[in-house]
Write a protein that binds this ligand. Structure first.
Ligand code: PRP
Ligand code: URA
Length: 209
């Protein structure tokens, strides 16, 4: 089963509280989502491979470390995953960025696909898949399957807030995928929204609705 890591650094918890607040408007919401994504990326990349190298400082040789493992691909699950991309790119500026377009049918709660564009060498990359919300898990599972169908073999899923139902679905459907979240909430309501969650992440990011 995939590992679940709850990244509960005090800075992240503080920002998640502000993000949840219904009085936080779109600009602050966007800024905070980006900041939390950046802070989470620090932990998500902790196991990156490094080689030992030597560089010349103005004083003499220094032994240091240099990233050496798979290149990174960031995958945003549209729309709300877009809000996390810039934050992660600030830490990994060389990463290529893919997009998977999915929306959740409000009646069936099943994901509906409308777009997929991934880097061509996706099989050789460590993919970091971004979506603020993991609710039923349907969207995440579909996005992971999209990427696998195109050759991806190494995927990490990063969400701000997750429901136990979504974590369970991803862990059982894609046991090779590690999940990183900032908070695990109580449950889903009858409309498939996370309780207490933060409401509709896409609408709050982009000011729609
Ligand atoms: C939200 C969210 C996830 C999905 C989570 O997207 O950003 O992608 O719902 O729900 P699930 O785990 O039950 O699938 P939404 O469908 O609202 O689309 P949007 O980002 O375009 O607003
Ligand atoms: N999508 C959201 O944006 N929020 C939820 O709580 C569930 C799905």
């Amino acid at each position: 089963m995939g590992r679940l890591q709850v990244i509960d650094h005090p800075l992240i918890q503080h920002k998640i509280t502000l993000i949840r607040d219904k009085d936080t408007g779109p600009k602050d919401f966007r800024d905070l989502v980006g900041e939390v994504a950046m802070l989470m990326a620090y932990e998500v990349t902790r196991d990156m491979a490094v080689d030992t190298v030597t560089v010349e400082t103005p004083i003499g040789p220094a032994v240091g470390k240099q990233l050496s493992g798979k290149k990174v691909g960031i995958v945003a699950i549209l729309r709300a995953g877009l809000g996390m991309v810039d934050g992660v790119l600030r830490l990994i500026p060389a990463a290529k960025v893919g997009h998977i377009g999915l929306y959740r049918d409000p009646n069936t709660l099943r994901p509906v696909e409308y777009y997929c564009k991934l880097p061509p060498d996706v099989a050789d990359r460590q993919l970091i898949m971004l979506d603020p919300m993991l609710a039923t898990g349907g969207s995440a599972c579909a996005a992971i399957q999209f990427a696998k169908d195109r050759g991806a073999t190494s995927i990490k899923l990063v969400n701000l807030i997750a429901a136990p139902e979504g974590i369970h679905l991803v862990q059982t459907t894609h046991p090779d995928v590690d999940i990183y979240v900032a908070a695990v909430d109580e449950r889903l309501n009858s409309h498939g929204y996370i309780v207490p969650g933060l409401g509709d992440a896409g609408d709050r990011l982009f000011g729609t609705k």
